[in-house]
Design a protein around this ligand. Structure first.
Ligand code: BTN
Length: 321
């Protein structure tokens, strides 16, 4: 059922506003005209505006502004990510949900919600997630040791950077998990995992991208340091296209991550970095260290040249500058 629906949407979208007859659709999809009509009705009930022009056929007028699996998949050019997409109008947290299904689901499964009621940021902070954003979690099952899991946060950041560049923005990366535009946070990444001592069972890569909503929707205390894509561009962007681009870019980097040495991705991260070269303060639950960020370590940590001249690898912490 779902595959035929995806094919039908693809067919109608490719027609560029010209009608396609029930007979043509039936032939292409290898289903009866009655079934075509059933699929059309089902799509209409989901919010698709499909005009039925007597004697001519069906025209797709508009699609709902939801990240529905069949819409994302209709133009998705990936082999691993997004083959299984779980979409929710509302969820407490896509990361939390993804963790409940991760063990029994295939690598690349995507969980996406229009709104999150209890979106989570790093260090237990809330992540405010109104309609218009992209709140997404991706289940990954790489053969890595848990010490290397933070590399995937960097991989996720690289994918977001490419997708933001493709819509005309100039993003940069703040270690460990922020993507900035004009010095303000536009995306946060929350990487969580289930692991045994020597082996990661799964990773949930959660990304929150402030897309089509106004910064005014965010709590006052974070408003000044945050921005959204629509505020930066002064216009709304196609969320579906953005998600497809994000999954595509993430897959490219993920395949690279699994098959090539990590150094190249580290260099790429450094090229887009806002952090490297800066004087920073790192705050961890147990200490506070000042110094200059001079690089990224092989496990995705920050290399900090401390004020006494020695270098320390910081594996996690809050980076302030
Ligand atoms: C941060 O910068 O603190 C990380 C924010 C991560 C937010 C995303 S939104 C999708 C996924 N689900 C969550 O509950 N959190 C992540």
């Amino acid at each position: 059922m779902e595959n035929k629906k995806i094919e039908l949407i693809r067919l109608l979208s490719q027609a560029d506003g010209k009608p396609i007859s029930g007979e043509q659709i039936g032939r292409k999809l290898e289903i009866s005209r009655t079934m075509v009509w059933k699929y059309i009705q089902s799509l209409q009930s989901q919010g698709y505006s499909i005009i039925s022009s007597p004697g001519k056929g069906y025209i797709l007028n508009s699609v709902p502004d939801f990240l529905l699996p069949e819409l994302v998949q209709a133009g998705l050019e990936t082999d691993i990510l997004g083959k299984d997409i779980r979409h929710f109008m509302e969820l407490e947290s896509t990361n939390d949900y993804a963790k409940t299904i991760a063990k029994d689901t295939t690598e690349g499964t995507v969980v996406v919600a229009e709104v999150q009621k209890k979106g989570r940021g790093r260090r237990g902070f809330d992540w405010v997630s109104p309609h218009g954003g992209v709140w997404i979690s991706i289940v990954l099952k790489p053969s890595i040791v848990s010490a290397d899991a933070s590399r995937l946060t960097l991989v996720g950041g690289l994918a977001v950077v490419d997708s933001l560049k493709s819509i005309g923005l100039t993003p940069s990366l703040k270690w460990p998990n922020d993507v900035l535009v004009n010095g303000k946070k536009i995306c946060g990444i929350l990487t969580e995992m289930e692991a045994e001592i020597d082996r990661v069972e799964y990773i949930v890569l959660g990304m929150g991208i402030n897309l089509n909503f106004n910064t005014e929707m965010l709590p006052e205390e974070i408003r000044d340091g945050s921005t959204t894509i629509s505020d930066e561009l002064g216009t709304y962007v196609d969320r579906l296209e953005f998600v497809r681009s994000l999954l595509y870019n993430l897959e490219q980097y993920y395949v690279h991550f699994k098959t090539q040495p990590f150094e190249e991705l580290m260099e790429r991260w450094i090229d887009s970095s806002d952090t490297i070269g800066r004087k920073v303060r790192i705050v961890t639950p147990s200490k506070m260290v000042d110094g200059r960020a001079i690089g990224i370590s092989p496990s995705g940590g920050l290399l900090l040249q401390k004020n006494n001249g020695s270098t320390e690898e910081i594996l996690s912490g809050r980076c302030i500058y």
